[in-house]
Design a protein around this ligand. Sequence first.
Ligand code: NDP
Length: 300
Amino acid sequence: MTATVIDGKAFAAKVRGMVGEHVATLKADHGITPGLAVVLVGEDPASQVYVKSKGKMTVEVGMKSVEHRMDADVSEADLLAMIDTLNNDPTIHGILVQLPLPDHLNSDLVINSIDPAKDVDGFHISNVGLLGTGQKAMVPCTPLGSLMMLRDHHGSLSGMNAVVIGRSNIVGKPMAQLLLGDSCTVTIAHSRTKDLAAVVRQADIVVAAVGRAEMVPGDWIKPGATVIDVGINRLDAPEKGEGKTKLVGDVDYASCAAVAGAITPVPGGVGPMTIACLLANTLTACCRANDLAEPTGLTA
Ligand code: NDP
């Protein structure tokens, strides 16, 4: 079998198009422009690239984009004061603090200081609790994007066996909650899981969120299963020239694609969906803040 490639780049463009249309309607009918504020502490090059691309796409869908850069040695009090200002700014509907933060800052404290209604990353403990109890929450972007692709490919996920490899707060755990919400039978695997290969072989849906390059081989995949590869790993690629690198996922793409029914590539799979879902979450937060109907197809 050769797997269907789930094109995350094209799907993300479609999602951004839907967001853009809804934003245009909000402006025309209600005079409201959704606003997203991104706070970046320090000069981590990868974070700077992410923040720049988030800002560009926010503007492209017609939203207001605000960027606050703070020095790497900013005090916790100053960072919390900045978040408090954004919490009280009615033109800002979404607040994202780019992670990781420098070691002297308490990430949990910082994230939990964001107004949960503006927590478009979905990391605030209130949103974690709301998601866990099946209530209306802000849902973390990467798992939300993965769920959207699964729903788009399968329609209903009800009754499917899903194995999520990885139990982080930002990907693995919320992904498992979302799959449970869609009535999958969910197993969460991690570094202490015994006979991971046998566990993964039971899965109709495999979500790999491990951070280990090409760890999942094709012979772990049940024929016809759907594979969502969340991993982003940069490897040296001397075959492309001296000093060149390439991105690979957590699954061995060639061998998995030969067995799976459908698979997301890296790059071009889950990655583009993450930013698209950040924009979708900002729109959702704006609609909720203004007691307006939420966009359909863009939430969990
Ligand atoms: P974490 O490092 O926080 O979590 C990794 C998880 O993988 C842990 O639960 C760990 O288990 C588990 N794990 C590690 N080694 C093994 C192993 N040998 N067998 C089974 N499980 C293992 O990573 P994240 O969740 O933050 O990210 C995972 C990947 O997704 C990374 O590659 C990251 O770059 C990528 N990512 C991609 C995004 C996107 O937009 N596409 C967004 C966010 C992340 P244990 O808990 O026992 O240590």
